[in-house]
Design a binder for this molecule. Structure first.
Ligand code: NDP
Length: 248
């Protein structure tokens, strides 16, 4: 049977790395996207992961740039093969309360966390539908579900991402392509290490499981949605948040 090929945007980041390794451990060929200016870091990352996972590759693109995504998708298709699984994972934070949020802080988060999903998915979805199989998994956030003080930009982008999921899921459901969201709570990565200690403590206290999640726990949910036999879940928003936000 042909091996599936997965592309993970922001694949060399904290959660992205765990997703790459989890999918690679399931015999999927994995391409980790990285931001072009980070080439030396991405090459070092590849040397480390290749020891254990020779089926991981890297590809550069700025996901905020449609043409850059186009070039990356063309080179992945030529060098590795057609992409069956797309994980839109690249993301940033630029936290500020709205009253002092600059247009640049607003736009950079919307571009990186939401427009990126359009830039990559739009250029892949037709060929997935033509091949009759595809998995698109968008990494949102608990803060897109409940909002978060100081994160109007991030919460808007992440809520928008699930709206994108639900719309695209309907457009390609009959063609064997599922589209789902995974919404992590607070996960131990570089992104959350930036938070002040007292903020982290109060967050952990508000989580029923009384701890932060791990990138590996997010990766398990992504790998499960990516399975070929998992064909009847689409348009869903899977929470990986330790019970921090529960909804019916
Ligand atoms: P990281 O900062 O570790 O990873 C984010 C990745 O996105 C980095 O590899 C980063 O590259 C990449 N990236 C940023 N901008 C671009 C761009 N323009 N083009 C290509 N790549 C880009 O964060 P996490 O692993 O924690 O986050 C991964 C995802 O999970 C994000 O979407 C985040 O919003 C989401 N999330 C994280 C949570 C957490 O608690 N950590 C909770 C909920 C959701 P570079 O390092 O070179 O900038």
């Amino acid at each position: 049977m042909k091996k599936h090929i997965a592309l993970i945007t922001g694949g060399t980041g904290g959660i992205g790395t765990a997703i790459c390794k989890e999918l690679a451990s399931q015999d999927i060929i994995v391409v980790a996207n990285y931001f072009p200016a980070e080439k030396p870091q991405a090459e070092n990352w590849l040397i480390e992961v290749r020891n254990q996972y020779p089926n991981i590759f890297i590809a550069a693109a700025d996901v905020t740039d449609y043409d850059s995504c186009h070039d990356m998708l063309e080179s992945v298709k030529t060098d590795v093969g057609p992409i069956d699984i797309l994980v839109n994972c690249a993301g940033i934070t630029r936290d500020k309360t709205l009253k002092s949020m600059t247009p640049d802080q607003w736009n950079s988060v919307i571009n990186t966390n939401l427009n990126s999903a359009y830039n990559v998915t739009q250029q892949l979805i037709q060929e997935m539908m033509e091949r009759g199989f595809g998995r698109v998994i968008n990494i949102s956030s608990v803060n897109g579900q409940k909002g978060q003080f100081g994160q109007a930009n991030y919460s808007a982008a992440k809520a928008g991402l699930h709206g994108f999921t639900m719309a695209v899921a309907q457009e390609c459901a009959s063609k064997g392509v599922t589209v789902n969201t995974v919404s992590p709570g607070y996960i131990e990565t570089a992104m959350t290490r930036e938070l002040p200690e007292q903020v982290l403590t109060s967050i952990v206290n508000s989580v029923p499981l009384k701890r932060m999640g791990t990138a590996q726990e997010v990766a398990y949910a992504v790998a499960w949605l990516a399975e070929e036999k998992n064909a009847y879940i689409t348009g869903a928003n899977i929470p990986v948040n330790g019970g921090m936000y529960m909804s019916s």
